[in-house]
Design a protein around this ligand. Sequence first.
Ligand code: PEP
Ligand code: MG
Length: 900
Amino acid sequence: MKFVYYFGDGQADSAVPQKELLGGKGANLAEMTRLGIPVPPGFTITTEVCTHYMNDDKFPAQLENQVLESLLKIESAMKQKFASTSNPLLVSVRSGARQSMPGMMETVLNVGLTSKTIPGLIKQSDDERFVYDAYRRLITMYSDVVMEKAQNLKPKNGKGIRQELEIILDKYKSNHNYTEDTDLTTEDLKIISELYKTCVEDVLGEIFPDDATAQLWGAITAVFKSWNGKRAETYRRIENIPSEWGTAVNVQTMVFGNMGDTSATGVAFTRNPATGENQFYGEWLANAQGEDVVAGIRTPNPLNQYSRTSESLDLPSLEDINNQIYTVLDKVKTQLEVHYHDMQDLEFTIQKGRLWMLQTRTGKRNGAAAIRIAMDMMDEGLISENEALMRISPKNIDEIMHDTVDPEAEKSALLLATGLPAGPGGATGQIVFTAEDAEKWIQKGKKVILVRNETSPEDIHGMHVASGILTAKGGMTSHAALVARGWGKCCIVGCSALNIDFDNKTLIINDKSLNEGDWVTLNGSLGNIYSGELSLKEPDLEHNQYFKKLMALADRKRKLGIRTNADSPEDAMRARKLGATGIGLCRTEHMFFEPERISAMREMILAHNEASRRKAIMKLLPYQRDDFYGILKAMAPYPVTIRLLDPPLHEFLPHTEEQIENLSHETGINSLEIKSRITTLHESNPMLGHRGCRLGIMYPEITEMQSRAIFEATAKLIKEGEKPFPEVMIPLVGSDTELENQKIIVDQLANDVMQRESITFDYLIGTMIELPRACVTANQIAEYAQFFSFGTNDLTQTTYGFSRDDVGSFMPLYIDSKIINNDPFQSIDELGVGELIKLGVQKGRSTNSKLKIGVCGEHGGDPDSISFFNSIGLDYVSCSPYRVPIARLAAAQATLKSNL
Ligand code: PEP
Ligand code: MG
């Protein structure tokens, strides 16, 4: 079995891209090599080895030989030898999963440097200082990754070995009055390396290995093990990456960006990852190793004029300093984009004036950039319309609907400082200084901004829960920026005015001091940091040409109609602007939560005879007529499905003594009588109690009043020249007889209003399908219905027998222990609830082939569920206004997938 795949000198063992086996990094290194791009030779150990190692705690027997064979190939390509005393080859050992997990796993560089190979490298490089610098970096990384983390050693006094070594370095520098690492001489680095080795032995109880082969296997093993490290596990959980995938390991010839002034290293994006603009964007550092750029320890230089930020205004760009190399890099950029048909994130190193590409991968981007890039690439002819549509995830749409800081509030706000605008949008919250605190505060229901010097991948869990992220160091390609952008999170990095005192949980920013818990607001699009809690504004999608283009494309491709759930004219207008063409559910009971209405509603519920009920109901009529007038007008000429009252009665009853007294006061009903009615109306299980159509059947005067309000509003609008289209929906029907009962009343009222007003109008009558019995008897129910709307919230509740209000107590455990895969209230349970829906559709249409069928439960805004609804031939889905664009995209993607 083949476990190791070589790449180098224009040749690669894998003839086709194999991400599953070689990981993203390995597959792309092989591909770049095949494209003739300069890549340092190396080999990839497959993800299968990782799985094997995780299961058996040892490597497959053939691995060692295959590694040696590939090492020989590298040696012959590089004309160097691993472990050679005269001409030694050094390698890097890096992880590379199928899906990129930036910084979540481990890397060891400069592997193969020992007391025996050091003299050879000095001869080869003619730079003794460089060699000892590389050596102390190897000791740091190796002891941290291989000797401590992979062995699962817990640092004694809370300080890991990396920190212990940093203390040695800092002490040495301060004893010698050095401020920069570059002040260290060759002699200093020699001494520091020895101090490091002694410290490693003292702290970890083991000697740093002075054998190249031992180092190589130690590093390979540790990188495989890092797949199960805490950071990687957290990231996998957040990103839904299966742990069975495993990582590959890439062993590759070291090239050095720190071999003096003609050497450099950098990171670049083929397009701007924050805005999506088609401009080469990147950062580089002269005389540095790659980690220095990503870790954000030094402010990086701009790649070109376009990449300049306020922090790098005066720093020379690569384009200026070495135009020849920049031109080659620019060509590689175009070649890679044309090859991969997507925006790439590149890592490169220049060793003594020679360019090497170390990595290419699909670049992380925020929602706005993702949409712009897809639309631009479609226009440029790089990808097809369908590819462009499939590129956008529902998450991307969600991100651009994020808030921004209100420009009015911003004008008068106190600007504390400015940093780099790494993740656009606005965020406001209370500052915390550690990822752990961020999580704790969020659990207490607070909103936080996580403030760090530079975020390391260890902070991932805190970054995820924070509203925004602010760092003192780092550039636009630092980890914080990369990760935040991937999540569409507001983020500002590299704010050099920020001075953090972690011990006392305070910070000073341009002379102003702030404590933990103080409010700040971030404008991640400009990089501005403000004091206090500024108001945020909704995004302006109307002027976003790329979003509009995407939505128009989605609308052209989708089959499903998209409606919205809205109970007010404002919501209806908002949804309409976002592309809804109709209301799929107007919950009339939601119209009664306002104080003066709720008391009329309560009076109606509490009435003990028809006369007093009619009296209370008549108070509600004018409100309802106005409501329906507004909503029908806002949506005309599109249909508006108005559901007759479906109040779980308990939600409307007064609970406290005070509420009872108030109600008594307002209605003149004696408080004792109110209490006695409450006792009579008490239900053990209100969700299965006197709700839905049962209410209208028991009290027809309620159905009469609501129908009258709907039709009088309709008549009024028609007289005003509008084209209202009401659809009256009877809730929680379980049998045809229930629907028939209510339909008679609604039709009667429609006729009455038409006659009285001397006009005619169109309307439909239909029902919600929310009970298993309704699905099973849908052929009978359809005798009386012109439309069905699946109320998947209640249908899930009644099919599973899970109370929708009480699942919180056991659902997390069910999901954790894989008893259930997803919360069925979020994503439709296709096997159970889905089968019932299919049955309902098929039976309903067997009676009435024109039956209009939609969904109005929460699932109408869930992309996976939308895909299912599309596959079973529904006419539309209805979701909350803010989900409408996501539903438009998801419906288009569902159509494309079903055509595959
Ligand atoms: C449903 O049950 O799916 C539904 C939309 O109605 P409600 O959520 O109002 O019960
Ligand atoms: Mg319902």
